[in-house]
Design a protein around this ligand. Structure first.
Ligand code: GLP
Length: 242
């Protein structure tokens, strides 16, 4: 079941998502967080940094596992998701960087990279809380629409729609990597609780299909209907078709 929290705008969404993450950390200081990149969670991360600076949230025992990384990018490449996480959250709070994990985009050996990441995630047990954004085409992490749901970490060919959507963050579309390593759907679904954030009209169809559409790998997020503890925090525009 997906519980919906309707919010006014991006700022509200960010504060609500940050509330849920900080509540998780307060309830279980050594929790395992599944974290996401993209434009959607930036505001929530900023809010968490603010609360950390005020002394309201303590990351010292937290560990984190990110959903995905572009294949071919090093962690010090400003377009990499490792860099994004360092810049937007990790460098500004007291998390132990050794306890933060992102698939190794610099390793071209896909099988080795994915197996290594799965082993790390398995060693952590499960994510207490998984944060997700949603792609315009219903992808979660980089689990693109497909004819089956994925299991563990794997290498994906990004769809044209995702390359196009993500090109806004690159100088030119040719610079967008064509492949990525992503945590699998089964691993995402293993989290105890999941919070999905969505804002803006561009997400309206995907949000509708996630919540009310058939459960199908052609909308990977639709599998979240089978999870017992999912909260969708979304603004009016993202909920306009619901
Ligand atoms: C990216 C990421 C996803 C993210 C989604 C939406 O491709 N791999 O984890 O949720 O697309 O991105 P945004 O939040 O920028 O709309």
């Amino acid at each position: 079941m997906i519980r919906i929290v309707r919010v006014r705008d991006y700022e509200d969404m960010s504060r609500q998502v940050a509330n849920i993450i900080s509540a998780q950390i307060i309830l279980k200081p050594n929790c395992v967080l599944g974290l996401a990149t993209g434009s959607t969670p930036i505001g929530a991360y900023q809010q968490l940094v603010e609360w950390y600076k005020k002394g309201d949230v303590d990351f010292s025992q937290v560990s984190s596992y990110n959903l995905d990384e572009y294949r071919g990018l090093n962690g010090d490449d400003p377009q990499s998701y490792r860099y994004f996480m360092n810049e937007n959250l990790f460098n500004h709070v007291n998390i132990n960087i050794e306890n933060t994990h992102v698939p190794d985009g610099s390793n071209p050996d896909a099988d080795a990279t994915c197996a290594e990441y799965d082993a790390m995630v398995a060693a952590a047990g499960y994510q207490d809380l998984q944060l997700l954004g949603i792609g315009n085409n219903g992808h979660i992490g980089f689990n693109e629409p497909d004819d089956h749901f994925s299991y563990g970490t794997h290498c994906v060919d990004l769809t044209e729609s995702t390359i196009e959507a993500n090109s806004r963050l690159f100088d030119k579309i040719e610079d967008v990597p064509r492949q990525a390593y992503t945590m699998g759907t089964h691993t995402i679904m293993s989290a105890r609780a999941i919070v999905v954030a969505a804002n803006g009209e561009k997400k309206a169809q995907a949000v509708h299909d996630m919540v009310y559409g058939p459960i199908t790998p052609s909308c990977p997020a639709s599998i979240l209907q089978l999870h017992s503890n999912v909260i969708l925090v979304a603004d009016e525009a993202a909920l306009s078709l619901c």
